[in-house]
Every structure is written in C-alpha cells, then in structure tokens.
Design a binder for this molecule. Structure first.
Ligand code: PMP
Length: 381
C-alpha cells in the first residue's frame, strides 16, 4: 500500500474534502442566479472578515497577478515606489515596477530580519512616493512584517498608497484593512485559505479607488479595477469569465473560516506555529526568522551542518510529506514547511514524526519521539 503524501509546502496547502467537492460540482453559467448570489455573498463576507469598508475583488489569476494589479491601479509611469523587502517575494516587486517604468527604491533587511519602521519612515521623507509595498509574510524567509505598526506610521504619508502582499499571510496572520490603514491588501487562494491555486483576492480602500480614478485610462486591461468594479457590484454582468468552481471553493473556505471564527483561526495558527517551531528546534533545525518577527503560517528551517538537502527531502517524500526547498542563497541549506490553512492536530503530529523518521534514515542523530513529545505538550497547553 502506498503511503499518503501530505502536502506541507507553503502553498498550495491541503485542500479540505468539502472544498474539493465544490471544485467537482457541475459548472453553471456565471449568470446563473444561484451563482450570482453565491459570488455576491462571498464578496460581502470577505469585506466583513477582513474589516474593509472599501471594495473587495476576486479575480482569476495568481498572487503575482494581485501584486501587479495593486501596482497598476495605484501608480503611473514615472512615479516613485518604495519597496520594503524581507526576501525573494519582496524583491519580486522590483522587476514588476521597473517594467512599468516606475522608479523603484528598495530597502531590504538581511534574510531572517525585518526593516525597522523608523528606517522606512526616514526613507518616505526623502521624496514623494506614490506607493509603498510590504510583504506581510515573505515565504522565502518566514519573516512576518509589522503591518499594523507600519500602517500607523503611514498616517504621516497620506499620499503614499500602502500595499500589503498577504499571499502567505491572509487568513492566518491577523489583517484588519481599515484599522491598519492598508490601501491594497492582495492575496491568493492557495495558502491560508486552503483552496487550490487560481484566484487572487484584493481589498481596496476608498482612497486607493480614488487614486485609480485619478489615473484615467491605464495600460493594463485584464487587471483594471475599473473594469472589474461593476462585476463585483453585480456579478451577473460580464467582463471576463469568472472561475466559477474556484469561486465556490473559496466560498466554502470562507464558510469554514466563519465556522471556526477568524480570531480563533489566528490563535490556532499562532499556537500551531509555536508547537512546530519548538519541536523543530528540539530536533536540531534553526528557524531562520529571528524571534519577534516569525511568521505563524510557515517555518523556514536551516539544516544542521552536514545535512544533504536532496537526500533529506527525498526521504521525507518517501516517508510521506512534501516540503519545499530554500530559495536563493538558502537553496540546499534550508527547507520550508507550511503549517497554515486547514491543517489540524493530526497533521502536526504526523509531520514531526515523519521528520524524525527521515532524520533517522538519513543517519542523523535523533531520538525518536522527542519532537513529537514537544508538539504534544504544546497541543495540551
Ligand atoms: N507573494 C508571496 C509572499 C508569495 O509567497 C507568493 C507565492 N509563493 C507570491 C507572492 C506569488 O504568488 P503566486 O505564486 O500565486 O503567483
């Protein structure tokens, strides 16, 4: 019999049966009154859950499209954009902005650390920035940015649109759009929402909608807020075909979130992350992100000296879990483990036990059950 393979990469994350079932439903016309109602209700729920008094958008595409959509609708050629980068995905905004003829300034941290808020403030004072991007959780480093604290500081710079990439955070890390002063929050369906890849969601403040209006016609066609806004107001209208089954899948994910309670979901992610990070450190790995800026959605684990990455991850796959490798300078030196979305206690215990078996088979020093014991203790707290 084959061992089931748990999907523990930092997205896509495990898709619950009831969400899969929505994708297996017979597809209907996007103008079908029942679907139109489902889509409308979903958009309303998204605004309420993430406390956004502006607009919510759900469009077929991936997180990268959400990044591009945020920039395209808030800036014009020649504008200055400040990119606050804590890793690979923060840096992704650089090329994106350069290609659009924007002047991109970047402030970066060492991998595993964050840029101090004071440093961001000083940079913003240098010139007029049309927008600033912050990656809430950079998946390459497992670092979580102080989105709320930065938002508070941004009140001093009302002309700069505060764009937050929530791809690896939204529905796992607390995000309150109005309260945090976020102008555009963007995310994807495949991470803490636990839906298959393929949808981008955005929450947009009234201020950012006004900015979009002031830009007139923009060069981008598919990702224009003004093209999609009438559809978000009335999904029976047509602009470009919505991903009907993915919209249903996201609606089911939102139903699960409401049933759990979003605050409980945030607390669960925090508890699970502490359990996993404690257990993995007990097993000899080092969490890359410094204490105080660690994400709750994933852990990036630096190997003990002498670990063969390909062999270790190969053994993990044989033993039944899929994890991701390190990126850029950390390729071969680290693995990345997702623990977000609809993962439960069974998954946590099983993942740590599987890692212990892989270490054992790799001939690394490990006391079987030691990491599992740590997880169990956290779960009983
Ligand atoms: N931002 C972050 C923080 C991400 O983790 C990712 C994907 N790993 C992206 C953006 C890009 O999303 P996608 O791969 O869905 O285009």
């Amino acid at each position: 019999m084959k061992t089931r393979k748990l999907l523990m990469i930092p997205g896509p994350t495990p898709v619950a049966r009831s969400i899969q079932d929505q994708m297996g439903r017979e597809t209907v016309a996007f103008g079908d009154p029942a679907f139109v109602k489902d889509f409308k209700d979903l958009l309303e729920d998204l605004k309420v859950l993430f406390k956004c008094s502006g607009e919510a958008f759900v469009v077929a595409g991936t997180g990268t499209m959400g990044m591009e959509m945020a920039i395209a609708n808030t800036t014009k050629k020649g504008d200055n954009v400040l990119i606050v980068s804590h890793g690979f995905f923060g840096d992704r905004f650089i090329d994106l902005c350069n290609r659009k003829g924007l002047n991109a300034d970047v402030i970066s941290s060492e991998w595993g650390e964050t840029v101090p808020v004071e440093k961001i403030r000083e940079k913003l004072k240098e010139k007029k920035y049309a927008a600033m991007t912050v990656t809430h959780v950079d998946t390459s480093t497992g670092v979580c940015a102080s989105v709320a604290e930065i938002g508070k500081m941004m009140k001093e710079f009302p002309e700069t649109m505060y764009i937050v990439d929530g791809v690896c955070a939204t529905a796992g890390e607390p995000e309150y759009v109005d309260e945090m002063g976020i102008d555009v929050l963007l995310t994807g369906s495949q991470k803490a929402f636990g839906v298959a890849p393929g949808l981008t969601m955005l929450w947009v403040s009234q201020k950012a909608m006004d900015r979009r209006k002031s830009l007139g016609t923009i060069p981008e066609f598919y990702i224009d807020f003004e093209k999609w806004l009438p559809i978000m107001k009335d999904p029976s209208k047509y602009y470009a075909t919505p991903a009907v089954n993915l919209v249903w899948a996201l609606k089911e994910s939102v139903r699960i979130i409401k049933e759990e309670g979003i605050e409980n979901r945030y607390a669960r992610h925090k508890k699970y992350a502490a359990a996993m990070q404690d257990a993995l450190e007990t097993l000899g790995f080092k969490v890359l992100a410094k204490e105080g800026c660690r994400a709750v959605t994933l852990s990036n684990l630096v190997y003990p000296e002498g670990t063969d990455d390909a062999k270790f991850r190969g053994l993990l796959a044989e033993e039944g879990i899929m994890v991701a490798g390190g990126l850029a300078a950390y390729a071969g030196r680290m693995f990345r483990l997702g623990h977000m979305g609809n993962v439960d206690k069974h998954d946590l215990v099983s993942v740590i036990a599987t890692i212990e078996r892989a270490l054992y088979r790799a001939g690394m020093p490990v006391e079987l059950g030691k990491g599992v014991g740590v997880v169990q203790k956290h779960l009983m707290e």
